[in-house]
Design a binder for this molecule. Sequence first.
Ligand code: 13P
Ligand code: SF4
Length: 317
Amino acid sequence: MKQPSTEQNIYEIERLKKEKNAIILAHYYQTGDIQDIADFVGDSLALSQKASSNSADIILFAGVKFMAETAKILSPEKKVLLPDLNAGCSLADSCKAEDFSKFLKENPGRTVISYVNTTAEIKALSDIICTSSNAVQIVESLPPDEKIIFAPDRNLGNYILNKTGRDMIIWNGTCHVHEEFSLEAIIKLKKENPEAKIIVHPECELPVRLVADFIGSTSALLQYTKKDKSNCYIVATEAGIIHQMKKENPDKTYIPAPPRDSTCGCSECNFMKLITLDKILKCLKYEEPEIIVPGEILINARKPIIRMMEISEKLGL
Ligand code: 13P
Ligand code: SF4
């Protein structure tokens, strides 16, 4: 049987969106075709903010499971769909609720700040959630002597610790994409392109962060390339963001930082890339897979997310 063309799929997605009053929220790490059909494209913080204030009946999340869960927690009355439930996250997987509960018992009396890249169960055990856009400011919003636990990303945790000097115990988790960038390959690229600026996500390891001209969340990296005068960037985060960078400034050059495994030309999150236009169409049509967060977990996970939203709003983030 003849497969429908991409144009037909896009037409059908648009039709279903109108019919069902649905919106598509997409993370910057999605493929370009998905970013282009989304109603809103953003980083983790902007997507949470959008998920909590919109008039749609259905949110289709083009991203990974923890993002769709966050949307459901913020808008429990809406139907939240994720086109592939296998779209997980190695960082969220590195922090299991059972182990984390034990860790909290072993380190009592600390304020628990968890990165949004966690399961709903971990959020329910936390005091405040943060994203890479607001992590430093969230920590700085606490009294200077407050003892903190930060989970699960050790690199982001280390970055915040260096910036704030706070008393912080950090969970030992990582993202397989951001850990994989090769310092040697980045330095080689810089030698070949001396005019290039190295821009780095804070989930990257310290040696890569040390050679950075700029460190920031995906949206901060995008803003930087928009405002900065250079014409070439070595981009050390998931390569999907380059789609937006090219849209904003098509004449500039963006080189994905290479991973240590040189058989792969670019760094992509295999979980993010599980989402495809075909799956989005199917998901919108049949309204499944749907994200369900059990009642008590939802109520307990909502409090620290709302706290993050309130602090962010106060700080104008
Ligand atoms: P931000 O969207 O906060 O930049 O985080 C990147 C990330 O790793 C999402 O999975
Ligand atoms: Fe998780 Fe890393 Fe993929 Fe982000 S890039 S979704 S942190 S595995």
